[in-house]
Write a protein that binds this ligand. Sequence first.
Ligand SMILES: NC(=O)c1ccc[n+]([C@@H]2O[C@H](COP(=O)([O-])OP(=O)(O)OC[C@H]3O[C@@H](n4cnc5c(N)ncnc54)[C@H](O)[C@@H]3O)[C@@H](O)[C@H]2O)c1
Length: 313
Amino acid sequence: MKKETVLVTGGAGFIGGHLVEKLLQKYHVVVLDNLSTGTMMNLPESPHLDFVFGDVSQEEDVAQVFATYTFTYIFHLAAVASVAASIENPVETHHINMNGTIYLLHAAQQQAGNIQKFVFASSAAVYGSEPTLPKKESSIIAPITPYGIDKWASESYVITYSQLFGLKSSAARFFNVYGPRQNPTSPYSGVLSILTDCFQRVKAGDETANFTLYGDGSQVRDFVYVGDVVNALILLAESEESTSEVYNIASNQRHTLLEVIGMYETITGEKLPLTYQTARAGDIQKSYADIEKIKELGFVVEDSLETGLRKYY
Ligand SMILES: NC(=O)c1ccc[n+]([C@@H]2O[C@H](COP(=O)([O-])OP(=O)(O)OC[C@H]3O[C@@H](n4cnc5c(N)ncnc54)[C@H](O)[C@@H]3O)[C@@H](O)[C@H]2O)c1
């Protein structure tokens, strides 16, 4: 029997690569990616995987993919995933993170009869620094960066397309995702990828290895293992109930950065050299989620921070 076809934009990225790996167990997967931060090394070899080199912010690239394939599910992950990059380059980021979403929705709408779900990768950044915690999906939306604003606007388009044009869709607000193959090379990479890289260098005897802590380390985050994020995304795609809804994707565990470093020191048996610097613009002091809504769909957090870090290290 012919497998159903799924589109993953940004499939060569950190989260996308893990998602593609899992989807291949069941579906034919098409990845649309311009490899700006992603890499082919994140993608497995498979006769059921087609890679399309293209840019979601170029309408003709998007149209071409939809002219070639008919999709059952769409996972839209392609984005400039760095908050700091969005502050440095708001115009370019907006073109990719916002216009790219509209081009995809517009193209997907032509196949709305076939598409079971359009799932959008949003972010906890939509909540901004408004202090009420934990963040529920109904919490105040107050993004403080171009990245957060574009994620919020994209989410709104995604849900509105569902209501106006019958394109079934859901949005997933990821909190801090971590796991293998997260790229540590940019100064804006996820903090756990930089930490993991530093610990690996300390272990290898690199005396220059040093971790720069912005702020005093008391910032609180809800770290979620990438395997749990993949499970959540597939659950949202396959569930009828999630149509036109927005969900937090997190682990419901709260840790300060200093606690994370301490946990990692116990796991690795290494002491991490630290340098303190002032907090960065746009950094939020505390961010953690209420995940009751997605749990009602059957979502279960499989990895604690400790088991996730052991897999990652
Ligand atoms: N990692 C996190 O903690 C986190 C948290 C919240 C939200 N998100 C969102 O999840 C998604 C995936 O993030 P990630 O951490 O895997 O980042 P990533 O940078 O590893 O992946 C993004 C992918 O999108 C591709 N891409 C970027 N611009 C593109 C364009 N114009 N056209 C086509 N492809 C393009 C990149 O090459 C890369 O493969 C992003 O939408 C990000 O905003 C991530």
